[in-house]
Design a protein around this ligand. Structure first.
Ligand SMILES: *Cc1c(COP(=O)(O)O)cnc(C)c1O
Length: 418
């Protein structure tokens, strides 16, 4: 890194990282640097992009909205794009009636946590415990870190994180134990909420568990009257093959967090949706019962316009057909990789594919395999960013079969020389 480079980058050891690649434009699944080198964006630029880079429909929607109204205070004022988006999103989440806007995944989670805690306060009940999975990741702000795994991401701040109740992350063979752990916590009647990443724990290394298990956990919470919060920040908007990952379950969460793909990957934007029941606990003649939360850019009209355009693309470009075409290719590659001598395990759900590479070294996020594969892939014109020794593909839905094969080939070539 040049000493006079002025930017401090996220999740980057600035001393050892090389100079970042300067990207000047994007189109479909491709990013282009200042020398016109192209990179297939196999991770949707940190899981946000859905329909391709610089998609003209979304770009136009933002441009036209910016000429009308770029931003307005969202207390005491509203605007048509915010209302239209609320209606469109709630149509797809018919068991929810209200939507609260914010501007990133971590804040969507903060809002959900504060809704759940204050819900019980407003009801006059002493419930403040939150249950989460031991490997969960819900964001980088203090509340969202508190409900996340105690690990390398949170270690420097751990003294100040609030206490939560952890239950094991579900796997293929521990669902009885996890269910029992949840039930044991719920016996105390002090639990406010259970927060979870539905079906796929992204940052933990694309850990996956069954909808059946999740359904059981949701059912138990429902019986004990405990609020459930689905963090769909990553899994939402078609990632797992349905609009939401919780669409695979018959039991429904009380609160849902959405961000990342919400604008098709164009704008920092987020939403937290909830049931009428949750909302009504905040209604009172007393101002003290209102939700004490708001961000400067809440309900930003440009974000709303981008999100509406993205939802329209789902229809006009038959995005779910594109998703359906990715899945069998992923499955085929997954099958081939299961036999590869360097591969420990393969996980796939919808458009998400992950390979856990065998490694003698300490596994986990700091595993050096990540840097070596990242470098190898860039040289081949592929953008990958493994989570330690977990190599994953989370492509934009517009990716061509040819580009996907190139990504598979790149990973195979790297693993062949291990
Ligand atoms: C990325 C992510 C977040 C945090 O979103 P940011 O926009 O990065 O703050 C929260 N929850 C899940 C499941 C995520 O994958």
């Amino acid at each position: 890194m040049n000493l006079d480079y002025p930017i401090w980058h996220p999740y980057t050891q600035m001393q050892t990282a090389g100079m970042p690649i300067k990207i000047v434009r994007g189109e479909k699944e491709f990013l282009y640097d200042e020398y016109e080198n192209s990179y297939i964006d196999a991770i949707s630029s940190w899981w946000v992009n859905l329909h391709g880079h610089a998609h003209p429909t979304i770009a136009k929607a933002i441009y036209e909205q910016a000429q009308q109204l770029e931003q307005v205070i969202f207390a005491g004022f509203t605007h048509q794009p915010a209302i239209n988006l609320a209606e469109l999103l709630l149509q797809r989440i018919p068991f929810h009636q209200k939507i609260f806007y914010s501007d990133n995944g971590s804040t969507a989670v903060e809002v959900a946590i504060k809704m759940a805690l204050q819900y019980w306060k407003n009801k006059g009940e002493q419930r403040h415990k939150i249950i989460c999975f031991t490997d969960s990741y819900h964001g980088d702000t203090f509340g969202s870190m508190s409900v996340s795994a105690r690990g390398v991401f949170t270690q420097p701040y751990q003294e100040l994180l609030f206490e939560v109740c952890f239950i094991d992350t579900p796997t293929n063979d521990n669902s009885t134990a996890v269910t029992a752990q949840l039930e044991a916590h719920l016996n105390s009647n002090t639990v406010a909420a259970f927060i979870f990443e539905p079906l796929v724990l992204g940052s933990a290394g694309m850990l996956m568990y069954s909808a059946e298990t999740l359904n059981t956990l949701l059912e138990i919470c429902r019986q004990k009257n405990v609020l459930t919060i689905a963090d769909e920040v990553f899994t939402g908007f078609g990632r797992t093959g349905k609009f939401l990952a919780t669409d695979y379950c018959s039991q429904k969460p009380d609160i849902i967090c959405l961000s990342k793909g919400i604008t098709g990957g164009f704008m920092p934007f987020a939403a937290t949706t909830c049931t009428q029941e949750v909302y009504e606990q905040f209604l009172s003649p007393e101002k003290t019962k209102m939700l004490f939360h708001g961000h400067s850019y809440a309900g930003n009209p440009l974000g709303c316009a981008a999100a509406i355009a993205s939802l329209q693309i789902f229809e006009s470009e038959k995005t779910f057909e594109k998703i359906k075409q990715i899945i069998p290719l992923h499955q085929q590659f997954a099958q081939a990789m299961r036999a590869h001598p360097t591969v420990h395990s393969v996980r796939q759900h919808g458009t998400i594919l992950a390979l856990e590479v065998k490694n003698k070294l300490r596994t986990g996020y700091l595993n050096p395999l990540s840097d070596s594969l990242k470098k190898f892939a860039l040289e081949q014109g592929v953008l990958l960013r493994p989570l330690g020794n977990v190599v994953y593909i989370v492509p934009p839905y517009c990716i061509s079969a040819q580009s996907l094969q190139q990504v598979y080939g790149c990973i195979t070539a790297f693993l062949d020389k291990q």
